[in-house]
Design a binder for this molecule. Sequence first.
Ligand SMILES: Cc1ncc(COP(=O)(O)O)c(C=O)c1O
Length: 418
Amino acid sequence: MRLQTPLRAPAGPPCRSLGVVESVPESAAPFAPSVAPVEEQLGAPVVEGGPEVLPTPRLELDLSIAVDQLAALQSALPRTAMHYAVKANPHPDLLRALYCAGARFDVASPAEVREALRAGARATDLVYSNPVKRRADVAAAYELGVRLFAVDSVPETEKVAEVAPGAGVLARLVTSGKGSDWPLSRKYGCATGEAIRLLRLAQRLGLDAAGVSFHVGSQQRDPGAWRAPIRAAAEVFGAVRAEGLRPWLLDLGGGFPALHEGHHPSFAAYGEVIEQALEQSFGAQRPQTIAEPGRGIVGDAGVVVASVVAVVWRADVRWVFLDAGVFTGLVETLDEGIRYRMATAADGGPTGPVVLAGPTCDSADVLYEHTPVQLPLDLDEGDSVRLLSAGAYTSCYSTVGFNGFDPLPTVLVGAPLS
Ligand SMILES: Cc1ncc(COP(=O)(O)O)c(C=O)c1O
């Protein structure tokens, strides 16, 4: 199996207008028109004052920003096919918009495969990047047409060979996760020698030993983090090529940042370092490359709009309780890993430190305490607090009803795409 040239001319249903689909593949359910007015989506009446009077908490999502981010990342890495990581935000209109802008998809379950197909993608343009999978899920994805799976162990390679005969496999390398705000290093990935053994095994079992994947950790602030795994991947390619195998694909993973607190380089800087590392490590023997960006595409496209439930003084510490918290989408504040920038209805006056907490009775529902946030001293009950660049890993992380609070709803905002 070979992937086509990166981006720009997606196969599948036409994308001329995001709301009008002339044909859909047999496997896909009809596409729902996108970008309904916000009040329609929430079933709420249009009220004077605009979106701020809509119920909180909510995720406001602007599809055009996600499409622009995709274009920016694509132009930074023009030779790499972009497989948007559905797990970051699986909103069907978002998937459709990204598909129409040329994206393919990275999926982690049969449900995500179906969402990607519904958006118009071909199954052969999906990468199933979850290295440890239920047997039934591998079989279901294979049945749906997926032909590329990540693995990082012998049992998983054998499992893929048994229920997805002939499929391609990517051996996932471990990385340090250093430089990222949300490391993904502990749970998945194998060392270079093991990756070589897995590709050999894959070949013996009749699989396509397609190549190597890795992930440098989410919100990776250091473009240099790609250097070591690209070097390691080249070592794996060199070793198995010497034995006659023909690996052809390198999956550069995700990790591209959103505008969270603190600084990070531009996408162009990431592109430069990655291209240079590919050139240095592979030279003329460069394989096809794909990436699996999630946060870098959709993070900046979303804002979680919350309201202040109460401002409470505990001893001499000011606590601000919001109606959004760890269980309503803000899971990535655990360990204060991801630090959202904020804007409030009371901005402009003097500020002071607060402990920021969510609305449930669980004591883990505290967003920022060890490093307090600076919020206006005037902030009061009912004021809105906007958590910026929160389009990724929020709505899909929300619990179904912990403490009786509804899952975080998504409201599409911004101009309709055409
Ligand atoms: C295998 C894999 N690919 C891609 C992603 C997306 O990463 P990011 O959102 O940092 O771009 C993740 C995130 O968990 C992942 O696990």
